[in-house]
Design a protein around this ligand. Sequence first.
Ligand SMILES: [Zn+2]
Length: 371
Amino acid sequence: MPTRIMTAAQAPVRQSSVRAHNLALVLQTAANSADRPSRAAIAAATGLTRATVSALVDDLIAGGLLTEHDPAPRTGAGRPAAGLALNADGPAGLGLEINVDYLAACVMDLTGAVRHRIVSHGDQRPVSPAAALAALDTLADQARAAAAAEGLTLAGAALAVPGLVAAGGLVRVAPNLGWQDVDVPALLPGLAGLPLIVDNEANLAALGELRAGDEQTFLYVSGEIGIGAGIVLDGELYRGGRGWSGEIGHVTVHPDGRPCRCGANGCLEQYAGQEAVAADADLAASALGIALAAVVNLLDIGVIVLGGAYAPELPRLRDGIEAELGRRVLTAGLAPVTLRAAALGADAAMRGAADAVIRSVRDDPAAWLSR
Ligand SMILES: [Zn+2]
């Protein structure tokens, strides 16, 4: 075997990447424990030495990511458990959402708790992109002030949009907003200095659901004025060959049907968008069932999660959707398809956005510590 010679320049890189890996390992172990683990318990769970764990834990505490609760004196029932836990007052994520009929912002702490939430209802269709994003910028400012008042430090922001997003946060097209080639980061000056992720709302919501639940393969469907989907296969979001997967709203359910904003006819969105659900829930459920059956037949996805405006409507839609799935899914008799409301409810996209930020801190604490 050839001898590998490590140069002086390579050695520190390697050491720092081991430290980064171990910091993430310790933080994840503390985060995923059912009860607050001690330093010794983390050493046992990770195979790291106690001295190494202690040094890493000290760094994570100093960086505001972990807190250590001392054993309280025995003064009766209800004393808090001793050990290490994620710091609820450490870095937080700012989740933002722009949709056709509302703007929203929330602040989520490192434990996943929503500490602040603002929703501003109003039709965004007649509003220019610059004006809509200026209004969102104001909501973001309020959320930042609320986070600061609680002593939270924002680690970044993520914005969910109902459209196709290219690299750099450029929204190529958001048909229901009437947007084309909108440079979102440039129109959110209030967020300057904060790392910003811009992504499709159904993708962010699907990622939020992936982290909140146990399922590794599912279809997340977001019903608003438009309809989007996030496809999660084996624990990974499937973005498609060009990053534009999930446009279930433009799957044809009636070839000669109603004209759609996209230029085609009979798209799902025309029969099962939020306005269509309000007008005729049975028609919406049937159209949704037809489109979902096609997805299940093609991808063998056994769990469908309904979010956005669909989450609270599921009791009215369930029978109609299940009837179509039962009729059209080839394997319906072999294994049922599970239909459930989003665990994160109607806020799934905004919460998924905030979750994307805190998850980036939890996955790479070394980056946060060296900021
Ligand atoms: Zn269409």
